[in-house]
Design a protein around this ligand. Sequence first.
Ligand code: ADP
Ligand code: MG
Length: 321
Amino acid sequence: MGEFDLIRRHFQRAPSNDTGAVVLGIGDDCALLQPSPGHQLAISSDMLVAGRHFFADVDPEALGHKALAVNLSDLAAMGARPLGFTLALALPHADDDWLAAFARGLFALADAHACPLVGGDTTRGPLNICITVFGEVQPGQALRRDAARVGDDLYVSGRTGEARLALEHLRGSDWAAAAHGADLRARLERPTPRNALGALLAAAGARAAIDLSDGLTGDLGHILRASGVGAEMDVDALPVAPALQALPEAQRLECLLAGGDDYELLFTAPPASRAAIAAAAASSQTPVTRIGCIVADTGLRLLDVNGQPVTFDARSFDHFA
Ligand code: ADP
Ligand code: MG
């Protein structure tokens, strides 16, 4: 199978999810996208490297899902609507079964989000997947990291920590997870990007947002630094997945606060928007929990339900640390 056969067989298809933005898709030197009049483009790339972001023997269908999910999640965190994506793929060899499964996972999620594949690049090399997503957002409506204001509420979607527990489980650590292995593994390998929620947040009054890829406290730090503010977070308000409940306190906090790979949205909104945020959560069928507030004193203070300080060495994942 040559390079062009491979592309034709696995990645070139009649768009079943054309949003009207794709003027020209796969097959020419460039794709042509037509955003809605007056909108801004939102663009993001994420690369997944075998051995670093996933195990080389991971289920290829799940890998296809995750490679796109982490990119869609960036659009969600910006409040942008997906227009399409490109796929740059390095493969050690062309394995038809592997590619078919990868494409199945990829296109199932692409179709669910009306986000067509419009181009890419294919080369031989160590397994490496780089996706770039293109989205659109109305001027002034993007949920930027520098937009949090003193007095804002702090919210998180869904639950954090399960992906981290699944990773410990796969690594064979003794963290108690046996009973929840399959559910947990899905949280790690098939994350759900929160695009339906993200698309509603700006209109509901949300200000700043980030998607949680490197751990809650670390990612919150990006909002706090960019906005020049601090936060107080009620650790006991965080939703705790059943699989995490049996963990010793220190491990539970590590998962909840620094887990990584959650792909939930962390965002701020003024208290006047509480009802609108709750409505956005309901209409996107995405649970949202208020976990703290933005304050003028910089830095992050973790408190328990009684307002007492919680000590936790907040680190987040950094590839070069
Ligand atoms: P060029 O030499 O102009 O870079 P290529 O030969 O690399 O073009 O690719 C031919 C066409 O196939 C282009 O439209 C490109 O966007 C598309 N393409 C290549 N690889 C992929 C892929 N993995 N997924 C989707 N489209 C791809
Ligand atoms: Mg090329």
